[in-house]
Ligand binder design. Structure first.
Ligand code: TRP
Length: 380
């Protein structure tokens, strides 16, 4: 079996349970246990986000300290981001909908960084293409319904003056040998990769720096991004800020199977945000990895494994009514629902979600400027 390699710029190998267990040990993160989920559930008035329930967000760093601050009425903020190297598919967007849930639950400020500079330096892609994706991605993200007063977008190129000022504080405290060890940078890599991590670390203290109020920062991210924030936790105390806390996800299951990532480069490997009802349905019918049995007869007799079924999982991420999800889970597992029916249920749910997004997109598309981070407009 191919050995798992994971840096922010390169993920290869099979991502199964044991691979995640190894990463948890190697990176030194903590697992999210029942007690922690309960604690969050109390704050969220009993509503547990499906990503916590299904262990998509499965690990953390010092999440307790953020919750302590929240309970004591001290402000904290959220920070997440996106590398704009292509169109967004549903697997890219769902983590943002989890972040939105966190923002609503805690009623806090959120920074969203678009690392256009990173994608230019690490990928073979033109600046024109990146700029186009950056603007499209921002609209896609905002169409989820973020609070304009508390959501601040950073486009690295555009915010470069402000970002660079603070990035040098970070850079001064990170050695070349750390970058080599943590990011797997080698002698033949371009030097952009050596400096860029400073840019992704800045938002982890930027709101504190700009407002003069020292706050904790909670960063939701997929585990491949952990190198940045391991370094951040080392550097920020040296600059007088808190170590950032983290809530860390696995990669979402791909259309064609649970151990591959959804990919923007293959049209049939993911559901894109502009896929029509017909296309969504076809993709699920044709490609979606099923936890069901090969024949209807066997399925009726033995039932399915919903936990590895793409259609069930997507449905469970999007259906707000937890009772309905439990019902579908049990019916699918017991053989009452067949694979084709499960795909039908999921296709409807996904398409309704995409239609809502596309309505919202029309409303936000001319208002992007309202969301771009402006230090003068931050009201804590
Ligand atoms: N580097 C990330 C990517 O390529 C984008 C990113 C920037 C990010 N800041 C972040 C992701 C903070 C998670 C959290 O996708």
């Amino acid at each position: 079996m191919e050995e798992l390699k994971m840096t922010p710029w390169d993920v290869s190998g099979e991502l199964n349970d044991s691979a995640y267990t190894k990463l948890v040990e190697k990176f030194g993160v903590d697992l999210i246990n029942e007690k922690l989920i309960e604690r969050i559930g109390k704050i969220a008035k009993g509503k547990i986000h499906p990503f916590l329930k299904r262990s998509i967000f499965f690990a953390h760093r010092e999440l307790n300290l953020v919750l302590d601050d929240y309970e004591k009425g001290r402000p904290f903020y959220l920070y997440t981001g996106r590398g704009p190297s292509g169109k967004m598919h549903i697997g890219h967007l769902l983590p943002f909908s989890f972040t939105l849930w966190l923002q609503k639950t805690f009623d806090v400020h959120l920074l969203i960084q678009l690392t256009d500079d990173e994608k230019f330096m690490v990928k073979d892609i033109s600046k024109t293409a990146i700029e186009k994706y950056t603007n499209e991605n921002i609209i896609d993200i905002l169409s989820l319904g973020f609070d304009p007063k508390k959501t601040h977008i950073i486009k690295d190129y555009e915010s470069a003056k402000m970002m660079y000022y603070y990035a040098t504080d970070v850079a001064k405290h990170v050695t070349f040998s750390t970058v080599k060890a943590v990011f797997g940078v080698t002698d033949s890599d371009n030097i952009g990769k050596v400096f860029f991590p400073s840019m992704q670390i800045v938002p982890a203290f930027l709101l504190s720096a700009l407002t003069g109020q020292k706050m904790r920062c909670l960063i939701p991210y997929a585990i491949d991004q952990d190198p940045y924030f391991r370094v951040a936790r080392d550097v920020l105390p040296k600059l007088g800020y808190y170590k950032p806390s983290a809530i860390i996800s696995k990669f979402l299951p791909a259309l064609q199977g649970s151990s591959a990532k959804m990919s923007s480069s293959k049209e049939e490997s993911a559901i894109f945000l502009d896929d029509s009802r017909e296309v969504v349905r076809k993709k699920l019918m044709k490609y979606a990895f099923s936890g069901g049995k090969d024949t209807a007869e066997e399925q009726r007799k033995y039932g399915a494994n919903p936990d590895m079924d793409f259609s069930f999982l997507e449905y469970s991420f999007l259906e707000e009514d937890q009772k309905k999800v439990d019902q579908v889970y049990n019916d699918y597992k017991s053989g009452k629902i067949l694979s084709g029916e499960m795909k039908e249920i999921a296709a409807n749910k996904i398409s309704s979600f995409l239609e809502t997004l596309s309505d919202n997109r029309e409303k936000v598309k001319d208002r992007i400027d309202d969301y771009i981070l402006d230090p003068k407009k931050i009201k804590l």
